[in-house]
Structures are given as structure tokens and as C-alpha cells.
Design a protein around this ligand. Structure first.
Ligand SMILES: NC(=O)c1ccc[n+]([C@@H]2O[C@H](COP(=O)([O-])OP(=O)(O)OC[C@H]3O[C@@H](n4cnc5c(N)ncnc54)[C@H](O)[C@@H]3O)[C@@H](O)[C@H]2O)c1
Length: 426
């Protein structure tokens, strides 16, 4: 069989491991990024994504070629779109990266290709946005001259078990040939089940509901954290109890907020598209509102604890442990920690920051040195370095309040040292 050529448009958290995998599986693979430095690094075998040793090892095998231009689209059998799908400052979906990538692809498209969309989008984007741009720019007709499929990526960066090789996938196609080609392609690279969907729209909807499901359930426990604070109930203990029911309960955990490029973003794509068609997603909007309120809640917990020891937030030095949106990654997108820093500054606190993944944004070179400068801390990211820290360092640095935004520290040990401990829900 002829060795197929692939172009992957966008080589970030999603496109980079996919490009490594396709290259490894024998496809002649090109990965496009607009960033020249990133392209040069990748071609030298260096991953631009820090802190992921497995990905670094994969990139060092140089199984694909990174490029800055779209010329490789011309010689490709399959083109896969992995560009960002963010929201703007008013929480509106921003499809600009998808639109501009499609315009560039259309310039180089030729008859007979399969275009696959992997970026997360609301139901309707493939048919309402992508097809018109590709048809207009190329003069070709979708379904006849070229094929289109959607296979939403589910990768969870930093996950030790689930990865691009083994996560099951759902695939929708514009027509029979689009679907069968895309399913065959994914079966050739992925060991997980490939589930064909009825249509592009159904495939688009799978990913949005997966992440909205997470968002809603997290909002539920975050609301319980606030309620149980008033009622004097330890939510974490309650969740451990509820978890013993062997069916129909799924544990979710409260925290100082929901971050990343997916969960706090994707529901807005559905909310907005449904609104345009006259449907109001009250439940999804409320979940977003509750989760967006959690950084403020964490700071309020801190302020109340400081009040107990007669310290105003204004002028007090507060240390923020972690900036990344989740543990052991160098990703700041939609991070609640960033929001916590700005709320603390608005309140007049003197803010110190330490995140081992962001040395340039940290105000001290080490955790110990940062602790020496502050009176209280908010842990905003459960990096391993924080979870495994020697808690005596809090005492040595004379820390008076610890707000544990991820409930990952030993509350009893901290309290025994005479430090006020506040978790989220405990
Ligand atoms: N990060 C995750 O954990 C994750 C998981 C599953 C799905 N997704 C979805 O996958 C998509 C990509 O996310 P990501 O995290 O990889 O984003 P990213 O920002 O890490 O990477 C996007 C890449 O696209 C490139 N790019 C941006 N605009 C472009 C354009 N117009 N033309 C060509 N390249 C362009 C960027 O340079 C970058 O290399 C999003 O829709 C996201 O929702 C992300």
C-alpha cells in the first residue's frame, strides 16, 4: 500500500502528540505551526511543552517534520485540524483560528483529500463554518471532490495512563466515504475503540457534552462546598462516604476553580450556538457561573481567616502556590490561579508567586524563599512539589493561614502547628 501523507495543522497539546504518533505509525507527516521558534525546536527533537517527559522522548525521535507554511497540504492525502478554539473576554466562542486555518488549507487543497477536524467545536461548525470556507477557497465541492470528518480529541495532558494512543474516539463523517476513510485512518493509529457517529453534528456534540458533564458536576460540588461551610459539614468526608455506593454515584471534587482550554470553554460553544437557534441553556450557564466564582470564594476564605487573627488583606503578603491550571503541566490557559492573583491584588495584598513550571512569573526562585516573604498562602495548583513539600516549612516561615484550593495538603498536621487551615469544602 502507498504510504499516505498527512498534514496536521496546529501542533500544540493536541496536534504535537498526534503528529508524533502518525509519524511513528509510518505516515509521512508534516505538522504546521505559525511559530518559527517552535518549529525549529521540534525539528531539533525538543518538545516546546515542558514537564512532559514522555512527550519529550517522543519528539526526540523526530518522526515528523514541523513546518511554518501550508504547502504540504498540497501533497497530503489527509489534513487534520488541531488549532485552538478559545473564548473571548465576554465568553463568546472565537472561531478565528479555525477560520484562518481553513482559508489557508483551501488555498492548497486538491481533489480527493480527507479533511479531519479534531478541535473541539459546537454542533454545526463543520457544516456551517468549515465547509463553506473550504469550498469557497478551493472551488471544490464537499462530499464529492473532498471528504470531511470530525473526530474530537479527548487527550488529557499529563495523564499517566490515557493518551493519544489508547483513548477511544468518536468519528462523524459528511458522507459514507468520509466516515469510512476516517474510521480506517484512526483504527490504523489508535488501539482504543473507534465509534462511528451518525453525522458530523453528533460527533461535534459528543465532546461538548463530555466536558459540560464535568463542568456541571464540578459546579455541583463547588456549590456544596459553599453550602457545607455554612452548615459545618466536611464535604470531602461526605464524598468519600457517598463513593461507597457501588452504582450511580460518581465522585467529583471541589476546588478553587476550573481551568484549562476545555472544561471552562467548551460549554460556551454550545450555550451560544443554542442561543442563536432560540434555546436558553440555563443549567450550563449556571454551572459556568458557579465555577467562575470559585477563585473569589478562595480569596474570601483567606480574608475571613485573616480577620480571625485581626489581619487585613490590604498590605498583607500573600503567597500563591502554583499558576498552572492543573498539576504538573506548564499550561496557564483559563487558570483560576491567575484570577486569584488578580483578585488578591485588587484587594490590596502584596502578592508573591511560586510555580516551578513558570520560573519567569515566579517572584522567588524556590518555594522556601517565597514562603519566607509571606504571612499566608493560597495553594492554587496541586503540583507534586507542593503535595510532597515538608509542611514544617510553613511553620519555619511563620505562615499564619493556609488556604488549600485543591484540598491536597494534610489539614490535621497544618492545624496542629497552630496555623489556620482552610480547604474548599473542608
Ligand atoms: N489541551 C487539551 O487538553 C485538549 C484536549 C482535548 C481537546 N482539545 C482541543 O483541541 C484543540 C487544540 O487545543 P490545544 O490545546 O492543542 O491548543 P494549543 O494552543 O496548544 O495548540 C494549537 C496550535 O495551533 C496553532 N495555530 C493557531 N492558529 C493557527 C492557524 N490559524 N493556522 C495554523 N496553526 C495555528 C498554534 O500555533 C499551536 O501550535 C482545541 O479545540 C481544544 O479545545 C484540547
Amino acid at each position: 500500500m502507498k504510504r499516505e501523507t498527512l498534514t496536521i495543522v496546529g501542533i500544540g497539546y493536541v496536534g504535537l502528540p498526534l503528529a508524533c504518533l502518525c509519524g511513528e505509525k509510518g505516515y509521512r507527516t508534516f505538522g504546521i505551526s505559525k511559530d518559527k521558534k517552535k518549529v525549529a525546536l521540534i525539528n531539533q527533537g525538543v518538545s516546546p511543552i515542558k514537564g512532559d517527559a514522555r512527550l519529550q522522548q517522543w519528539v526526540s525521535q523526530k518522526s515528523f517534520t514541523a513546518v511554518t507554511g501550508f504547502e504540504s497540504v498540497k501533497s497530503s492525502d489527509i489534513v487534520i485540524i488541531c488549532v485552538p478554539t478559545p473564548i473571548d473576554e465576554h465568553y463568546n466562542p472565537d472561531l478565528e483560528p479555525v477560520e484562518s486555518a481553513c482559508k489557508m488549507i483551501a488555498k492548497y487543497m486538491k481533489r480527493g483529500q480527507l479533511i479531519i477536524m479534531e478541535s473541539t467545536v459546537n454542533p454545526g461548525v463543520c457544516e456551517e463554518v468549515i465547509i463553506p470556507i473550504l469550498e469557497k477557497g478551493s472551488g471544490l465541492t464537499a462530499g464529492k471532490d473532498f471528504y470531511l470528518a470530525h473526530c474530537p480529541e479527548r487527550i488529557n495532558p499529563g495523564d499517566a495512563y490515557w493518551n493519544v494512543r489508547n483513548i477511544p474516539r468518536c468519528v462523524g463523517g459528511l458522507n459514507k466515504k468520509s466516515l469510512s476513510w476516517a474510521v480506517r485512518f484512526y483504527r490504523s493509529i489508535i488501539s482504543g475503540t473507534i465509534r462511528p457517529m451518525k453525522s458530523l453534528k453528533e460527533a461535534e456534540a459528543t465532546k461538548i457534552i463530555e466536558n459540560s458533564f464535568r463542568d456541571i458536576n464540578i459546579a455541583f460540588v463547588n456549590e456544596l462546598a459553599k453550602s457545607f461551610e455554612v452548615l459545618g459539614i466536611d464535604l470531602l468526608d461526605v464524598i468519600e462516604g457517598s463513593k461507597t455506593k457501588p452504582f450511580a454515584f460518581m465522585a467529583h471534587y471541589p476546588s478553587c476553580g476550573v481551568g484549562g482550554h476545555c472544561i471552562p470553554v467548551d460549554p460556551y460553544y454550545l450555550i451560544e450556538r443554542a442561543r442563536k437557534s432560540g434555546f436558553d441553556h440555563k443549567f450550563l450557564k449556571l454551572a459556568r457561573e458557579i465555577n467562575n466564582s470559585m477563585p473569589r470564594y478562595a480569596v474570601d476564605r483567606l480574608m475571613k481567616a485573616l480577620n480571625e487573627i485581626k489581619k487585613p488583606i490590604k498590605g498583607t503578603s500573600i503567597g500563591v502556590l502554583g499558576l498552572a491550571y492543573k498539576a504538573d503541566v506548564d499550561d496557564l490557559r483559563e487558570s483560576p490561579a491567575v484570577e486569584i492573583v488578580s483578585i488578591l491584588k485588587e484587594e490590596g495584598a502584596k502578592v508573591e508567586i511560586f510555580d516551578p513550571y513558570f520560573p519567569k512569573r515566579s517572584t522567588a526562585p524556590s518555594l522556601e524563599e517565597m514562603l519566607r516573604k509571606v504571612d499566608a498562602v493560597i495553594l492554587a495548583t496541586d503540583h507534586r512539589e507542593f503535595k510532597e513539600m515538608n509542611l514544617l516549612n510553613f511553620k519555619k516561615a511563620q505562615i499564619k493561614v493556609v488556604v488549600d484550593g485543591k484540598n491536597c495538603l494534610d489539614s490535621i498536621t497544618i492545624a496542629k502547628m497552630g496555623i489556620l487551615y482552610r480547604g474548599i469544602g473542608k
